[in-house]
Design a binder for this molecule. Structure first.
Ligand SMILES: [Zn+2]
Ligand SMILES: [Zn+2]
Length: 349
């Protein structure tokens, strides 16, 4: 039996092909049918450069690490067929020093789908069917919206940045950058009971930030921005811009925390490093997530999060390239979803 799959062949080149379903499933893995997937900045980096954060792909790979799926073959696991599952893409070793203390995000032998850091590369989720470890599948009730459940992974990343930033009820929080990760950081911080201010260079994303939990927002680079003072307990940097990092160092309180959720890009802007010392700012990195995945799934299951405004556009799997081009154009505010075929559509024999 064949199924529809996408593959990144080279920079800017996504190929749609019929892939052959393996006749057997690896022990410990289950066979899944993708329900909804979403595009991440990482996918976009691979699409543009065939590399991300200095890691080059050795060969063509299927992208995608944010998705939820239905169980097709439980392969002896406790999962029930047809169950909707959230997919935790971190396949950690369980044996290294980091794993033993629960920091699976920092596992030294981690495997991750659709990534150059895993060798040989492991194909990701932008395909109709795939096999994945049963331990990475978190079953949910049938009435959970798959379009929300696909956010479990990026929401978990955002929740980790909130925990790194020691954000709690009543915290004054600034989120710099209202792209998909910044917006999810706003959702996560607001869910903790923090009071969130959002900033971005684009007015429409600041408006979107207010729809998903920010109490107020301002457009960076304006006089309003220049009049802001250092009133924030925590700043989550989600833009990747050196300019925003300076804004974070400027507006965080003395002894406050700047939680870095983005990959800050090199630029000609000089980083005002002296502020770190003068204000005793704690600048902390936030990479992926640990227990936050389970917390993210529970929050999504509760149905209380404002996730619909985050959905910018939806594309069928066959138009994954068009979806990536839309993200590349910057024309979408929020997340772009990839949908598999209708649940009951027959697959090609
Ligand atoms: Zn991602
Ligand atoms: Zn490990």
């Amino acid at each position: 039996m064949t199924y529809q799959s996408t593959c990144l062949m080279a920079a800017g080149q996504i190929e749609l092909a019929d892939a052959q379903m393996p006749s057997t499933i690896e022990p410990g893995f289950v066979r899944l049918k993708m329900a909804t997937a979403s595009l991440c900045g990482t996918d976009l980096h691979y699409y543009r450069h065939f590399a991300n954060a200095g890691f080059e792909l050795d060969n063509p790979v299927t992208l995608g690490h944010e998705a939820c799926a239905h169980v097709v073959d439980a392969n002896g696991s406790a999962l029930l067929p047809d169950t909707l599952v959230a997919l935790n893409p971190i396949i950690n070793c369980g044996l290294c020093e980091q794993c033993l203390i629960g920091q699976i995000n920092l596992c030294t032998a981690k495997r991750f789908p659709g990534s150059a850091t895993t060798k040989p590369h492991m194909d990701g989720f932008f395909r109709e069917y795939f096999d994945f470890p049963a331990t990475c599948c978190r079953p949910v009730a049938a009435d959970v919206n798959p379009d929300h459940l696909t956010f479990a992974e990026p929401l978990a990343c955002a929740m980790h940045s909130v925990n790194v930033g020691q954000i709690k009820e009543g915290s004054e929080v600034l989120v710099t950058g209202c792209g998909p990760m910044g917006l999810l950081a706003i959702v996560a911080a607001a869910a903790k009971g923090a009071r969130v201010t959002a900033t971005d260079i684009r007015a429409e994303t600041v408006d979107l930030a207010k729809q998903v939990g920010a109490s107020e927002g301002f457009i960076s680079g304006t006089t309003e921005a220049a009049e802001r003072t250092a009133t924030f307990d925590t700043v989550i940097e989600a833009s990747g811009s050196a300019h925003a990092f300076n804004l974070a160092l400027n507006l965080v309180k003395r002894q406050g925390i700047v939680s870095i959720l983005s990959n800050i890009q090199l630029s000609d802007t000089r980083i005002e490093l002296h502020r770190i010392m003068l204000k005793e700012v704690r600048v902390l990195g936030s990479f992926q997530f640990n227990r936050e995945f389970e917390e993210a799934v529970r929050l999504i299951e509760s149905g209380t999060l404002p996730l619909d405004p985050l959905i910018a556009a939806q594309f069928p799997l066959s138009q994954t390239a068009e979806a990536l081009e839309l993200m590349l154009s910057g024309g979408a505010a929020g997340k772009i979803l990839i949908k598999s075929l209708a649940a009951n559509a027959p697959c090609a024999a």
